[in-house]
Design a protein around this ligand. Structure first.
Ligand SMILES: Nc1ncnc2c1ncn2[C@@H]1O[C@H](COP(=O)(O)OP(=O)(O)OP(=O)(O)O)[C@@H](O)[C@H]1O
Length: 230
């Protein structure tokens, strides 16, 4: 199971943007999380990916509470989760070729021997031809870079995937291609998916079920200006 239990998180403890949110995924399940712009979906996705420490609440991965956040998260928990963000240019190191971008998690975890086979296979699956792999991010399109970011997210064979508006910047055919890659991977590995977005049609078609932000979030705090007892 992947469990988010009563998560409160944000950028200022006095004004959390995520308030008392709970959501669980069964192994292999895909859940689409829908909500309006600015409600806190990306913040919750970063908490789920162990990249943002919540102010309160618990993330439990396969029965074990998260043991830390960002680089302090235990490696086996960090590598159990693959994450793809909305804007590949913010998520990709501009100095790396697409090949090295995809290979980086393998190198960082001491699995260099798997690089040639795994990168070649994933590049083919996401539709990146040989010559594109030698280019750096500035020389490819957003769609091509997002394909590389998806391959990177899958390279360590995560049991859980967090896709935060993965296709928001892409055209319909690239969107369909990337969704197909995720679904083929999930079919093969039995991975669970949390897909965050605001495109209800896409997420209802893509996922086993959808959850609306209003259903999973706690009641908003009283406004600051309200007088006590008002
Ligand atoms: N690094 C940050 N520092 C301060 N405030 C932030 C930061 N990142 C996001 N916020 C604020 O937190 C709130 C929630 O942002 P978040 O990106 O989680 O929403 P979202 O639901 O993913 O929105 P969208 O669908 O537009 O991407 C917004 O009001 C945003 O301005």
């Amino acid at each position: 199971m992947f469990e988010l239990e009563r998560i409160t998180a944000g950028y200022d403890r006095r004004h959390p943007v995520v308030r008392d949110v709970s959501l669980s995924l069964a192994p292999g399940e895909s859940v689409g999380l829908l909500g309006p712009s600015g409600c806190g979906k990306s913040t919750l996705a970063r908490v789920a990916a162990l990249l943002h420490r919540p102010d309160a609440g618990l993330v439990r991965i396969d029965g074990r509470p998260a043991g830390g956040w960002r680089h302090r998260a235990p490696r086996e928990q960090r590598t159990a989760i693959g994450v793809v963000f909305q804007q590949p240019r913010l998520a990709a190191d501009p100095r790396l070729t697409l090949h090295d971008l995809i290979a980086e998690p393998l190198r960082a975890t001491g699995r260099r021997d798997e690089v040639p086979g795994r990168v070649a296979r994933l590049a083919a699956e996401v539709g990146l031809g040989g010559e594109l792999l030698a280019r750096r991010p500035h020389a490819v399109s957003d769609g091509q870079l997002q394909r590389a970011c998806l391959a990177r997210a899958l390279v360590l064979r995560p049991r859980w995937l967090v896709c935060d508006e993965m296709t928001a910047m892409l055209d319909a055919s690239t969107t369909a291609a990337l969704v197909a890659v995720v679904e083929a991977y999930r079919g093969e590995e039995g991975a669970g998916l949390l897909a965050v977005g605001h495109d209800r049609v896409l997420l209802e078609r893509w996922c086993d079920r959808t959850a609306d932000w209003d259903e999973i979030a706690g009641a908003p705090a009283p406004t600051e200006t309200a007088a006590p007892g008002a």
